[in-house]
Ligand binder design. Structure first.
Ligand SMILES: *[C@@H]1O[C@H](CO)[C@@H](O)[C@H](O)[C@H]1NC(C)=O
Ligand SMILES: *[C@@H]1O[C@H](CO)[C@@H](O)[C@H](O)[C@H]1NC(C)=O
Ligand SMILES: *[C@@H]1O[C@H](CO)[C@@H](O)[C@H](O)[C@H]1NC(C)=O
Ligand SMILES: *[C@@H]1O[C@H](CO)[C@@H](O)[C@H](O)[C@H]1NC(C)=O
Ligand SMILES: *[C@@H]1O[C@H](CO)[C@@H](O)[C@H](O)[C@H]1NC(C)=O
Length: 405
């Protein structure tokens, strides 16, 4: 550690107690540490809120990393077995000038436009630029070299609109709950939920997933547990550089193993409807019976790439039970493998039994090229020793359309 880091830590303390955004510059790279609005929780309770117009670096910049974690009011990291971070996502919106508001119910749909990522799911699903879950503390997010995620480009912001950022945090307070894994897998019976948030009855086949752990839902607790309410925050650390001609923009793509897509080729080229389900269930290998099957749920889909470019970074997203994710070429040649890292201890970032990180891919820029129209294979494995509900199988890819001159 350099001695200047001490000053930095002190400043972080000031930040947490004052809850004001704070930025520092080191050479060209600037760092900002921000706090989400308060997240109020108590044992068993779910918080799943969208916060609009959150603190975020402004200007025409390139984001170099985005890290996040749940902290308490003193700024201490909160372990996953107390507060499970199901997911956080960061989305861009263009909001009509003068209408910036933290209250989404006041926004007319004609007053904002999604500024989603580059694909590939249909609009409205997996639109985020950044987003992870329990693995956030130990998943590398930095973008190397001259590459970065370009934001705040005036040419991309519709006239009369301003670029704003929204964060959705889904956290579950599992202190004293009857079944921690069941609660984090949003099992409907544990939440005593038979209707979704808007009151529509759920199919009896729907055993678990986001529809059962909506904002305000409560997971079953042990009778004896008395826990206090607590106030938490998502603390997110962003690094960035000012945009200039030396920076090479990368695009954000997200692939989903549950993508039920249909290929259609016509005169405009490849077209596809990408109906991404986001969540799926893993049946227990005991219930599926036969000893012929190993206890691995191995899902593969092929996807036609609607873009060309060079892979700069790749990472998968899996829940507990996950045992690996991979993107490969049609002939089987691997492009990127990303495997979950399981915790082995008690401290935040190493909680035993939880996915606390995902390994990442940083191919040598230029060495992994994707061609438009090429078919890639996405593969996601989960252990099926136990049943799992509401698991996910995503793969993020950052792609540069060109290499630096
Ligand atoms: C939303 O905008 C449309 C078109 O500008 C307008 O007709 C409508 O009354 C607005 N609704 C609200 C609730 O402001
Ligand atoms: C709640 O009780 C069950 C059954 O005794 C136990 O397995 C579980 O670990 C308890 N949960 C917590 C959070 O202590
Ligand atoms: C579960 O929900 C039903 C009806 O929605 C209610 O009658 C029952 O008391 C609830 N059980 C628990 C344990 O909360
Ligand atoms: C090509 O297919 C897409 C849908 O997949 C459709 O929206 C588009 O209009 C089609 N183009 C032509 C020229 O038929
Ligand atoms: C998934 O499991 C199969 C064995 O069933 C194995 O051959 C494959 O390499 C695994 N893939 C990943 C991405 O872990």
């Amino acid at each position: 550690m350099k001695s200047s880091n001490l000053g930095w830590l002190v400043l972080v303390e000031i930040l947490v107690t004052s809850s004001l955004p704070f930025t520092v510059a080191s050479g060209r790279v600037r760092t900002g540490v921000f706090l989400s609005p308060k997240i109020e929780l108590e044992p068993g309770l779910v918080s799943n809120k969208f916060y609009f117009d959150v603190d975020f670096p402004r200007g025409h910049i390139a984001v170099k990393s985005f890290d996040a974690e749940i902290v308490d009011e003193a700024g201490n990291p909160v372990p996953l077995y107390d507060t499970y971070l199901h997911h956080w996502i960061v989305e861009r919106f263009f909001v009509r000038e003068g209408l910036w508001t933290r209250d989404v119910s006041r926004l007319n749909s004609s007053d904002y436009i999604s500024g989603r990522n580059s694909g590939i799911c249909n609009d409205g699903v997996l639109d985020q630029f950044f987003g992870l879950g329990s693995e956030t503390r130990r998943t590398a997010t930095h973008i190397p070299g001259p590459y970065g995620i370009e934001i705040g480009n005036p040419a991309e912001i519709p006239a009369g609109f301003e670029e704003t950022w929204a964060i959705n945090v889904h956290a579950i307070d599992t202190r004293g709950v009857a079944d921690r894994i069941g609660c984090i897998e949003c099992r409907c019976d544990l939440y005593n939920v038979t209707r979704d948030e808007s009151g529509r009855p759920l199919s009896p086949d729907y055993k678990g997933g986001l529809l059962c752990c909506y904002d305000g839902a409560r997971c079953r607790r042990n009778e004896t547990f008395n826990g206090i309410k607590r106030t938490l925050y998502l603390r997110y650390t962003v690094t960035w550089v000012d945009m200039d001609s030396s920076i090479v923009p990368v695009k954000v793509y997200i692939f989903d193993i549950t993508d039920r897509w249909r290929r259609s080729r016509n005169s405009t080229g490849i077209n596809a409807e990408h109906d991404c389900m986001v969540e799926y269930d893993i049946e227990s290998c005991r219930s599926t019976g036969s000893a012929r099957y190993r206890c691995i749920d191995d899902k593969r889909i092929s996807l036609d790439m609607p873009f060309s470019g060079y892979v700069i970074y790749g990472v998968g997203h899996q829940h507990v039970g996950g045992s690996g994710s991979a993107l490969s070429r049609k002939d089987g040649k691997p492009l990127c493998n990303s495997v979950p890292i399981y915790g082995t201890g008690v401290e935040a970032g190493n909680e035993a039994g939880y996915v606390v990180g995902m390994s990442t891919c940083y191919p040598k820029p230029g060495s992994v090229k994707i061609s438009k129209g090429e078919t890639l294979i996405l593969e996601l494995n989960y252990s099926s020793i136990q049943q799992h509900t509401g698991v996910m199988g995503l793969f993020y890819l950052l792609v540069a359309e060109k290499l630096p001159q």
